[in-house]
Design a protein around this ligand. Sequence first.
Ligand code: HEM
Length: 465
Amino acid sequence: MTALFLISATFFLIKNNLNLGIYYSSMNQNLPPVVKSWPLVGPLYMLLKDPVNLIKKSYEKHGSVFTMKMFGQSATFLIGPEVSKHFYTAPESELGKEMYKLLIVALFGPNLNTEAAIQLVLKGTRPKMLKCYVPQILTEAQDYFSKWQDCGTVDLVHEFERLITLAIARCLLGRDVREILNERIPALLRDLSGGILPISVLFPYLPIPAHNRRDKARDNLLHIFSNIMNSRKNSPQPEEDFLQTLLEDGDDHINSEQISAFILGVLFVGKHTTASTAVWTGAYLLQHKTYFSKVFEEQKELFGRHGLKIDFDILREMDVLYRCIKEATRMAPTTIVKPRYCHKNFTVTTKEGKEYTIPKGHIVATSPAMGHRLNHIFKNPDKYDPDRYLSAEGKEMASQPFSYITFGAGTHACPGETFAYIMLKIIWSYLIRNFELNLASPFPDCEWNGTDKILVHYKRRQLSI
Ligand code: HEM
């Protein structure tokens, strides 16, 4: 779904360009090769139906830089680390993110100030704060899994969406937001996600039931969060948390509508990306039981050494689990296509030494889904192999810059990465120590379409670690 979100962003811009005006290049420079397709609509249908396959075929035919044309708009893809540096490091004034704007308004209303939201996430996920979150997430996980029976079958998608929403709320959003999550909120968040359909791409406000549900859910959620913020304001006993500092007059102060939009944005983005990663981590671990056993052994060793304790530093020692999560995110990144809008010409040089100029006015895009499957970067890219990140001496190796891009890189790199890893490690460490687990539904046949359901049989271990 997140993948769809980002493809959608591309097309919002295409639609928007009819108003923005398109810059055509009169330069006689080395423009990238153009993917052959239908007049006017270009490869739109394929891009919506099977984007990764279209990007793969275009890469095989044209190499790492190619342009697709749709409705008079050119979208140039940059595939692989050799041609991606500018994409990730250019300032906003050269490669802008304006194509996200309409989607952001449709999902979170007009009051989300994205720049302020990014700063808030950065503040809320400073190392000192992250250390405090560990026991809170652990408590959420223990409470959540204590409700499971001794054995049974669960849908990982459903379970992780709920648990991760609770964990995010508890850490970043405060006691009162966390408390209301047991009831209506997960269902409303689901309606919000359900409102990003392929058709929403071109017609975000088409009056169809899914959009109506999305808009109602958004308004309801904003209303609920706004009420919470208003009761906080009127409460004689102020909360002692991150949101309270925003409500009070100070450098960080923002109004309650903006805070409500921020709460919604954080819950939505965090849940979407982190829950999906938790699901894929499980799917791969349960399909590759050797790694499941390796993670189990690592847990036994760590808990043997440290006793029944988890803190920030012990989490950092969970190297095998970390690599298993990282490899799951390489195989199934939450993003298919990441778009930007080009405000200033730039050039790229491919690994074969060809130079191309990308003109102002193009949409420029990278694709983690494709970039993570490049043979010359990741040997046997279709194989789940968490040990690929180790050197011959068994040490963690740094990846080539801009090759592993699950969390983006450079200027807009994800500020929630460490927080996400903390949640993922705590949850999977807990599950593996306390349950025997087996896949009860087939492994999903495609990593790009999101997963509706992954069923798992669980049985509580007699002697958990
Ligand atoms: C496994 C979990 C996650 C993944 C895979 C992920 C992925 C990403 C990616 C790829 C980007 C860059 C988008 C771009 O370049 O256009 C991004 C940006 C961002 N992420 Fe995450 N994310 C995750 C978890 C989180 C969490 C938990 C939060 C907040 C609590 C968060 C907040 C943000 C924000 C605010 C940005 C915008 C940064 C900017 O534009 O400068 N993410 N994320």
